[in-house]
Write a protein of this length. Structure first.
Length: 90
């Protein structure tokens, strides 16, 4: 597992407070319930800085609430543009 270097840098800058007021979230069209579990677990394991996971950063954006849209179970579909992103915009 790995993050793209640009994504890691953006998450580190977010964690360092470079983007005050910005909110972040994840969207994935993982195709099975098991893939959803793997994706969510990976987010808790990948570190932004030592001791702080991607998941920690995602939840900090929303005061601990999980707004991430991961999977294809209704109301989500394989088309993130049609389902995942509109839900995140709300």
């Amino acid at each position: 597992m790995a993050r793209y270097p640009g994504a890691l840098l953006a998450l580190q800058e977010y964690y360092d407070g470079k983007y005050p007021g910005m909110k972040i979230a994840a969207a994935s069209s993982a195709d099975t319930p098991f893939a959803v579990k793997i994706g969510r677990k990976a987010l808790t394991m990948l570190e932004v800085v030592p001791g702080v996971s991607v998941w920690d950063c995602l939840l900090s954006s929303w005061e601990g609430k999980d707004v991430n849209q991961i999977g294809r179970s209704p109301p989500l579909s394989s088309d993130k543009a049609a389902t995942h992103f509109p839900i995140l915009r709300q």
